[in-house]
Design a protein around this ligand. Structure first.
Ligand SMILES: Cc1cc2nc3c(=O)[nH]c(=O)nc-3n(C[C@H](O)[C@H](O)[C@H](O)COP(=O)(O)OP(=O)(O)OC[C@H]3O[C@@H](n4cnc5c(N)ncnc54)[C@H](O)[C@@H]3O)c2cc1C
Length: 388
């Protein structure tokens, strides 16, 4: 039985999920303590990178598609408090060499909910985006909304917003948690407790919650940062995010917005690897990413490789998030796979709203898993004009 209206909270993990939960709980008047094993913003965390994408196109996953407008509203709330807006709208370009599949499922779901989707013939793709090859294209669409969340700047803004509220992220590793008692035992043996324990440990979650091994695996993902040649640079500077879906792979590209580099990565899930492993990417891993993009980005050999690194997903079955009660005084935030960042502020606000309210808590998990509408009142603070 969760404590009604918690007055104190202990948050383990200060990635986007832990920081957002801490911010939202503090807004709700809860006295919050946040701990991370590493300095924060944490370069080893899944949340730390130049960019994370936000888009309505979600295949047949209408639940997550419908969380996008509230997610934007949640970011607006945070950005207003931070006094900065680390977001660049780019729009979305989705391409595929095969008809049907994810593009068609997205198109149907989007149109059913009244979103404007512009279908693009291959010749139009070639005309608008001369740095891309239309060869083999079977399907393409463009969406005007959607863009790039400047992830590490958002983490820094959250740390700053928390500091203004008198909350400093402490440096300590939790060695064990007891969600039934709202407590954590730190590596130095200190025991801390609160009315509510939030476990937001990213790809390290299984160290604290080994019983969840069937519902999460840490997966190593490689990204490559590139500088386009001079002739292609202006095109990329105004480019939408690119989702290139192929039967045998596919890649995504984040355009070089706001002083960040062009970045490409793999849609598929990488191997299960301990999240303490080094972040360096090998030449073979870099080549594997470039190989996915070579058919689509013209003259890729002329692009300069700036850097490459591995980052970890916490992969969950069906890519469904777990934001749900554990024990009598705990809530876990895990399983964000490769698509959680965009919902960070929203999930934090929803967690804070639901904490201590049995009806809202019961609906929080299914909504966060993308399989149910939010319970009434969960998002009532976040009405936003979807056309804005
Ligand atoms: C390459 C890549 C691309 C992605 N692209 C997108 C995208 O375009 N759009 C999108 O929405 N999402 C994307 N994601 C997913 C998104 O980044 C993650 O879902 C999200 O950042 C997860 O945040 P988190 O707070 O759960 O984890 P983290 O950021 O990893 O934070 C967890 C924190 O917990 C701390 N911690 C762990 N164990 C302990 C302990 N025992 N004691 C104390 N502290 C502890 C860690 O040090 C860490 O700082 C991408 C992820 C990757 C890797």
């Amino acid at each position: 039985m969760h404590i009604a209206a918690p007055r104190t909270a202990l948050v383990i993990g200060a990635g986007i999920m832990g920081l957002s939960a801490a911010w939202a709980l503090a807004r709700a008047g809860v006295a919050v303590r946040v701990l991370d094993q590493d300095p924060v913003p944490n370069p080893r965390g899944s949340s730390h990178d130049d960019h994370r994408l936000i888009r309505h196109a979600y295949g047949a996953e209408a639940g997550y598609m419908r969380m996008i407008d509230p997610a934007h509203a949640a970011w607006d709330l945070l950005f207003d408090e931070a006094g900065s807006r680390p977001y660049v709208q780019t729009g979305v370009l989705a391409l595929s060499n095969a008809p049907g599949g994810w593009l068609e499922a997205s198109r149907l779901a989007l149109r059913a909910d009244g979103h404007a989707v512009s279908d693009l013939p291959a010749a139009e793709v070639a005309a608008r985006y001369p740095f891309l090859s239309p060869e083999g294209l079977a399907d393409a669409f463009h969406l005007a909304p959607g863009g790039v969340l400047l992830a590490s700047r958002i983490l820094a803004a959250l740390v700053e917003v928390l500091a203004r509220r008198g909350i400093t992220v402490g440096r300590a590793r939790a060695a064990a948690v007891d969600p039934d008692r709202g407590s954590a035992t730190l590596a130095d043996g200190t025991r801390l407790s609160a009315d509510l324990l939030v476990v937001a440990a990213g790809p390290w979650a299984l160290r604290l919650l080994p019983g969840r091994a069937a519902t999460m695996r840490p997966a190593r993902q490689v990204v490559v940062r590139l500088a386009p040649p001079d002739h292609a640079a202006p095109g990329w500077a105004a480019a939408p995010m690119l989702l290139d879906l192929a039967e045998d792979g596919g890649f995504y590209a984040v355009p070089p917005v706001a002083g960040t580099p062009l970045k490409i990565g793999d849609h598929r899930f990488g191997p299960t690897v301990d999240p303490d492993a080094p972040r360096d990417a090998s030449p073979e891993e870099i080549e594997a990413i470039l190989a996915l993009a070579r058919h689509r980005i013209r003259g890729l050999a002329g692009y300069r490789i700036l850097s490459a690194a591995a980052c970890w997903y916490d992969v969950a079955p069906g890519e469904r998030f777990a934001v749900e009660p554990i024990g009598a005084q705990g809530i876990v935030m895990t399983g964000f796979t490769g698509h959680g960042f965009k919902f960070g502020a929203l999930l934090g606000l929803a967690l804070a709203r639901a904490a201590g309210d049995p009806a809202l808590l019961a609906g929080l998990g299914p909504w966060a898993a993308g399989i149910a509408a939010p319970p009434p009142q969960l998002l009532s603070d976040l009405a936003r004009d979807p056309t804005a």
